[in-house]
Design a protein around this ligand. Sequence first.
Ligand code: GDP
Length: 140
Amino acid sequence: MAIERTFSIVKPDATRRNLTGAINALIEKSGLRIVAQKRIHMTKAQAETFYGVHKARPFFGSLVAFMTSGPVVVQVLEGENAVAKYREVMGATNPANAAPGTIRKEFAESIEANSAHGSDSLENAAIEIAFFFSGLEIVG
Ligand code: GDP
């Protein structure tokens, strides 16, 4: 297994309920390291570009409105098999289907307000990291 980097977002439903630290604790407990992190308020244009792959989906407008409804914490996570590992730590998209102990099972409010984003492939991780971070901001 290789050391990988993945991209994470602590979503607005979680920052609103002061859960950034609780989510970071689950990330660190899994062995992943937070090698970059910043709190931002995404613009509509940023959210539309970031979720561009979902443009045709019926929930696209609602998703963009949600992701711009409050601050988020964008992160780069590093570790063995980081992309797949963080998907496990997050749990299923719909919290009703997420395993106990996962971020989404413990904290998500709904299938949309599901507390965390994590890249779904190494290729997308690189694209998503570069969208929000410069190389100088990532300290491994
Ligand atoms: P993820 O990779 O597990 O985040 O899931 P997807 O890439 O399929 O979806 C991206 C995000 O869109 C999810 O994390 C949710 O915030 C939202 N989402 C996914 N499916 C639905 C849905 O059926 N309804 C709504 N309202 N939002 C959804």
